[in-house]
Design a binder for this molecule. Structure first.
Ligand code: ZN
Length: 453
C-alpha cells in the first residue's frame, strides 16, 4: 500500500513537471507571436501600401496636386485642392479617382476650374456625397487626380497634404456582425507623396466606436414642448429607447445621448458642450449617423400636424426624404403643412449660414453670439458635423461653453426628426400608441439606404 502511494506521488510530480514545461512552451510561443504582431503593426503603413509598386508607373513624378481641405462627413470622403501644370496644354477634364492595384478605378464627382495653368478641384459640392467609404472593398486604394489633356493624353497625379489635418481611422457601419477599418493615411513611398486607404476587416468595433447616435431631444428641467401632462422630453425618450432596440436588433451599435437613468439635476447640469453633454458625447462616438428625436408644437393655427425632417444645408436630401416618406407610410401620419424652411414634402433645411454672416462687413463676434441664443436643439445637426457643417460655438458666449470638436474634419451626418405636433391630438395619440411604428420606419430607412441586413 505504502509503495503504491509513493509511486502515485511520483507520477503526480511527473505530471506537474510536464505541466510546467507545457506552460513555459506556450508562454514562449505567445511571446514570439505578440512580438511579431507588434512588429507588423509598426510596419503596417509600409506594408499596407506596397501594392503602389504595381501602379506607380502610371503616376506622374515631380508634379503633385495639393489638398487644401479634406473631410469625412457621415459615410463620405471629400477633398479640395489645386495643382500647377507647367506645360501649356489645355485640359479636357480633371477628376479625383480612387484606384487599386487590381485595376479598379472609382471616379468621384469633381468640380474644377482651369486658369493660368492651375487646376482647382473640389468633390465637396455636397457634404454627404463623394467617395462612399461604405462601398469600398478590402483592398488598398490610392487617391489620385486624373487629368485628361486636349491632346488625348491622360495623366494621374498623386496628392500632398497641405492641410492641418492628419491620418483618419474610419470604421464602416456594422453589417452581418462585421466592420471594415479604413486607415486614411498620408505617407511617402520612394519620395512620392501618397494618400492611400488601407482597408482591413475587423470582428468587432473598438469600445469607443459606434454606428448610430440617437439623441432624445431636451431632458432634465428642459422638458421641451408640453400638452397637458405630456412632455416632449419624455415622449422623445420613449421613442429613442424603442428605436435603439430596433437598431440593435439589426446589429447596429447604438449610443444614446441620454437614456433616462440620469438624475434630473445631473442632466440639467450638463452643458451640451461639457464632457457629458450631448454634443461632446456624439462627437466622441465616431458614429456615422445621428438621429435627434423631437416633437413639434405650433404657436399658430396654420399648421395642423405631421412629420418634419431637418437636414443640413449643402447636403443631398435623399436620405432625409426617405425618412419622411417611410414615417408617413409606416406610422400612418402626414407630411407637415408647415411651409417655413420647407424644401420638399417632409424635408426642411434650417441651418444658419455662419460663413455668410462672417463675410458681412457688419459681422462681429458680438453679433453672432446672439444667433445661438434661440432654442439650441436645431444646432445639434451643425455642431456634430465639424467643419463640414460649419460648427462654430467656440466659447465666445459664456452661457454655452465651447464645442471642442468645432474644427474637426470628421463629422457625423445628423438628422433632426420632428415626429409630429404635441399639441395636435391626432399626432400625439399616434406617437403615444405607435412609437414602435415610428421606430420601425426610421430603422427601415437606415436598413435600406445604408444596405444593412
Ligand atoms: Zn424639441
Amino acid at each position: 500500500m505504502k509503495r503504491k502511494k509513493k509511486r502515485r506521488y511520483k507520477k503526480n510530480e511527473l505530471i506537474s513537471k510536464r505541466m510546467i514545461m507545457f506552460i513555459v512552451i506556450i508562454a514562449i510561443i505567445a511571446l514570439i507571436y505578440f512580438t511579431s504582431a507588434n512588429k507588423n503593426k509598426e510596419n503596417a503603413s509600409v506594408n499596407a501600401f506596397s501594392s503602389i509598386n504595381e501602379i506607380v508607373d502610371e503616376i506622374e513624378t515631380g508634379t503633385y496636386a495639393n489638398i487644401n481641405r479634406y473631410i469625412v462627413y457621415g459615410t463620405h470622403f471629400n477633398i479640395e485642392g489645386d495643382m500647377d501644370i507647367s506645360e501649356n496644354n489645355s485640359i479636357e477634364s480633371a477628376k479625383v479617382v480612387a484606384k487599386t492595384a487590381s485595376g479598379e478605378e472609382i471616379g468621384i464627382d469633381t468640380e474644377y476650374t482651369y486658369e493660368n495653368n492651375q487646376i482647382s478641384f473640389s468633390t465637396l459640392k455636397e457634404i454627404n456625397t463623394g467617395l462612399d467609404l461604405e462601398s469600398l472593398k478590402v483592398e488598398d486604394y490610392y487617391i489620385l487626380l486624373k487629368v485628361e489633356f486636349s491632346n488625348n493624353e491622360t495623366k494621374y497625379y498623386s496628392l500632398t497634404n497641405d492641410t492641418e489635418y492628419g491620418n483618419i481611422e474610419y470604421y464602416t457601419l456594422t453589417r452581418n456582425h462585421s466592420n471594415n477599418r479604413i486607415n486614411i493615411d498620408f505617407t511617402t513611398i520612394d519620395n512620392m507623396p501618397i494618400l492611400g486607404f488601407h482597408i482591413t476587416t475587423v470582428k468587432e468595433l473598438p469600445d469607443n466606436v459606434y454606428d448610430v447616435v440617437i439623441d432624445p431631444g431636451h431632458g432634465g428641467s428642459d422638458v421641451g414642448a408640453v400638452n397637458g401632462r405630456y412632455m416632449e422630453s419624455e415622449i422623445a425618450l420613449d421613442c429613442a429607447l424603442e428605436l435603439k432596440k430596433q437598431l440593435e436588433d439589426i446589429g447596429l451599435k447604438v449610443l444614446l445621448t441620454r437614456d433616462g437613468t440620469e438624475s434630473e439635476e445631473e442632466y440639467t447640469m450638463y452643458n451640451i458642450y461639457d464632457k457629458d453633454g450631448r454634443v461632446t458625447m456624439a462627437n466622441e462616438s465616431h458614429a456615422k449617423i445621428l438621429i435627434s428625436l423631437h416633437l413639434n408644437s405650433n404657436l399658430s393655427d396654420n399648421v395642423d400636424g405631421g412629420v418634419e425632417i431637418y437636414a443640413s444645408s449643402n447636403s443631398d436630401l435623399t436620405f432625409a426624404k426617405k425618412l419622411a416618406d417611410d414615417i408617413v407610410e409606416t406610422a400612418k401620419t402626414e407630411y407637415s403643412t408647415n411651409q417655413t424652411d420647407k424644401v420638399e414634402d417632409g424635408v426642411y433645411v434650417r441651418t444658419i449660414e455662419v460663413e455668410d454672416q462672417k463675410n458681412e462687413a457688419s459681422f462681429s463676434r458680438e453679433n453672432y453670439k446672439g444667433i445661438f441664443d434661440s432654442i439650441p436643439y436645431l444646432y445639434i445637426i451643425r455642431e456634430i458635423g465639424g467643419i463640414a457643417t460649419g460648427a462654430y460655438v467656440d466659447g465666445t458666449n459664456k452661457a454655452y461653453g465651447a464645442n471642442e470638436y468645432r474644427n474637426s474634419n470628421v463629422g457625423i451626418e445628423g438628422y433632426l426628426v420632428e415626429l409630429g405636433y404635441i399639441n395636435v391630438d391626432e399626432d400625439l395619440d399616434n406617437i403615444l400608441e405607435n412609437a414602435d411604428l415610428y421606430a420601425q420606419a426610421i430603422t427601415n430607412s437606415i436598413t435600406n439606404f445604408y444596405g444593412i441586413k
